[in-house]
Design a protein around this ligand. Structure first.
Ligand code: ATP
Ligand code: MG
Length: 648
């Protein structure tokens, strides 16, 4: 990626200083960078000391056999005890762990740490009763109900790695994950609520279990909607029969620091999902520390809300393990974003820290600020973003409209593989720049390099790499060490290749530019999808944009854009396409002017809200559309193809 492609993003001049009171009281101050630089392992050992250990480690990091890391070698701990029991033991049993908000109005539950401890202990006893032993894998396919958190922590307690599969995925997707990690027990529910109606889950489990032969011995079923379900006596067990009557005493075993905690399959934005393995001590250290650091969590007073589905890594690291290990009070919501419902929840629960994805922010931008303006969100003090680059315009809207122009925005870059946030502003230290994820956190070493692994230096673009091991790093791909080495460590000796393009600006701050695979080559110029998308979103009529490079006889590749207009723009007017092409030329340069712009009602996204550009590329190059199994809504592609054929 050459630097001339980046004129637009680097022209972003807006800066937002941390609020003075936040800066004064910040959990992590500027000195942390130096402290971590002078002794990285000591820095992470301090972070690990925030947890309760059975036996303390002998060695912080064993990197003698790269890329296979071992953290806190010789130490033992139990993730479930750290997330629950220790808060009760410290006298905080009556504190609310989860304010759960169901999708149907007025369906709410507040769960204290003491109640959570009882539920987790009962579920651990019930799973033991069903034959689950340390090391066995358990698949979880559930809606956003408290039992999913209980199920995960019960598995962690037993040392039985869980694999959580999005409740929106098909039976096929579930079956392939069950098979890949050889799970003999599945935990699910009869159904869940989506857009005001009960939708079934159990039939997909029945179908998936059927496809996996006689692998699955038991299916544990929570009754959520009360809808009719088919029942296999002997195999199927109701949660309320197995768990409610079980003992709430459960002696937790301390597991080895490197004992597997879970397998999580990546979003599948670029291809077939990979089974990422996370282990216990390093993962819990990395997630709990960064949750406290990046969100400046004050567990006594904050009300935290991460809107991610639990079927995504963000739901694991920053809804379950990080916040609960920190003893936070948080909101958990069963539904998806709809008009004012989120803001009503912020108002009702006086949420102080809010963490969501750019896709949601752009959806709210599309609908207009009148909706959020109708709620009292003065409790908010910090906003976070994750999942995709946040366009500068979306950042500023988020800050102003949701954050009342007073809340810092932390744009957090990380991956399923990294387990923990890696690149982000520190809210009490960093002056934010809209669109930049800023710097590697203390104790993390990131760089941007060229094809020969040389640092590109300030003002240049290249490949984002990580140079030193970190506690929550993936340990391997489940059952496939070779693919683990090939995928992440083979491009350059000793460097972790993240697959993302990035640029360092003149201050050395990092701008994420999208997937390396998505970079376009137009007449010999390398253009980033992110940059052109951000230029489009900076036009007042545009809410969202996706850009792909399509084969072109004259230029090699041509820029093709798909845009969603803001509701206030109506159909955009007759000349909208020409208007937007000119806008991109003005913002970036004539070279970036899209050959084609299609106004569409929706974009193809994964369940975690990421745009799947490879499918749009299929459309732009007139090909049969590829694998759509990880799409949130597969009918979106039909809508786009219809538009395309009516335009042609
Ligand atoms: P797959 O690897 O299966 O294609 P995926 O990469 O979408 O799926 P995740 O691990 O959920 O799966 O997503 C991580 C990716 O999301 C990062 O590599 C990056 O491309 C993008 N990302 C996440 N946070 C940010 C951010 N703050 N800024 C820019 N990009 C981000
Ligand atoms: Mg990825």
């Amino acid at each position: 990626m050459s630097s001339d492609t980046l004129a637009n993003l680097s022209n972003e001049e807006r800066r937002f200083e941390p609020p003075a009171d936040l800066a004064n009281e910040a959990n992590v101050k500027a000195e942390a960078y130096d402290r971590a630089d002078s002794d990285r392992e000591a820095f992470w050992a301090d972070a690990a000391d925030r947890l309760d250990w059975g036996q303390k480690w002998d060695q912080v990091l064993d990197w003698s056999n790269p890329p296979f890391a071992k953290w806190f070698v010789g130490g033992t701990l139990n993730a479930s005890v750290n997330c629950v029991d220790r808060h009760v033991d410290a006298g905080n049993g009556d504190k609310v762990a989860i304010h759960w908000v169901g999708e149907p109005d007025d369906d709410t539950r507040d769960i204290t740490y003491a109640q959570l401890k009882d539920e987790v202990s009962k579920a651990a006893n019930a799973l033991t009763e069903l034959g689950v032993k340390k090391g066995d894998r358990v698949a979880i396919y559930m809606p956003m109900i408290p039992e999913v958190v209980v199920a995960m922590l019960a598995c962690a307690r037993l040392g039985a790695p869980h694999t959580v599969v999005f409740g929106g995925f098909s039976a096929d997707a579930l079956a392939s994950r069950i098979t890949d990690c050889d799970a003999q027990v599945v935990i699910t529910s009869d159904g869940g609520y989506r857009r005001g109606a009960a939708s079934a889950l159990k039939p997909a489990v029945d179908e998936a279990v059927e496809k996996t032969g006689d692998l699955v011995r038991h299916v544990l079923v929570v009754r959520r909607t009360g809808q009719d379900v088919a029942w296999d006596e002997g195999r199927d067990v109701w949660w309320h029969d197995a768990v409610d009557g079980a003992s709430s005493d459960h002696e937790a075993e301390m597991h080895d620091s490197e004992h597997p905690l879970y397998v999580m399959y990546t979003s599948g934005t670029t291809g077939k999902p990979k089974g990422i393995l996370h282990t216990t001590g390093g993962y819990l250290t990395g997630t709990s520390f960064t949750h406290w650091e990046v969100f400046d969590l004050k567990p006594e007073t904050d009300v935290y809300w991460c809107t991610a589905d639990v079927g995504w890594v963000t739901g694991h690291s920053y809804m379950v393990y990080g916040p609960l290990a920190n003893g936070a009070t948080q909101v958990m919501y069963e539904g998806t974003p709809e008009k004012g419902r989120w803001w009503q929840i912020v108002e009702d629960y006086k949420v102080t820290i809010f963490y969501t994805a750019p896709t949601a922010i752009r959806t709210f931008m599309k609908q207009g600020r009148e909706i959020p303006d109708g709620y009292d969100m003065s409790s908010l003090r910090l906003l976070g973003s994750v999942g995709e680059p946040i366009n500068p315009e979306a950042y500023v809207w988020y800050r102003e409209v949701i954050g009342g122009d007073r809340c810092p925005v932390v744009d957090t870059w990380w991956q399923t593989e990294t387990g923990q946030i890696m690149i982000s502003p520190l809210p009490g230290v960093t002056a934010g720049k809209p669109g930049s994820a800023m710097k590697a956190l203390p104790g993390i070493s990131a760089d941007v390099v060229d094809d020969d692994a040389r640092s590109v230096g300030n003002g240049n673009g290249g490949y984002l790499v990580l140079k030193e091991p970190w506690p929550a790093m993936l340990r391997t791909l489940w059952g496939d060490d070779e693919r683990f080495k090939d995928t992440y460590w083979s491009r350059w000796e000793g460097l972790y290749f993240a697959g993302d393009g990035a640029k360092l600006d003149d201050d050395g701050d990092i701008w994420l530019l999208g997937r390396v695979d998505d970079v376009m080559n137009v007449s010999g110029h390398r253009l980033s999808t992110t940059e052109i998308e951000s230029a489009l979103v900076s036009h007042p009529k545009v809410a969202e944009a996706a850009v792909v490079g399509a084969a072109d006889e004259t230029t090699g590749q041509a820029v093709c854009a798909f845009v969603i207009l803001r509701d206030s723009a109506g159909d955009g007017g007759e000349d909208i396409v020409e208007e937007l092409r000119k806008h991109v030329a003005k913002e970036i340069g004539a070279i970036a002017k899209p050959r084609q712009i299609m106004v569409v009602p929706e974009l193809p996204k994964t369940r975690s809200g990421k745009i799947m550009r490879r499918l749009l590329k299929d459309v732009a190059e007139n090909r049969e559309v590829g694998d759509v199994t990880t799409l949130a809504d597969s009918t979106v592609m039909d809508l786009i193809k219809e538009k395309e054929s009516s335009a042609a």
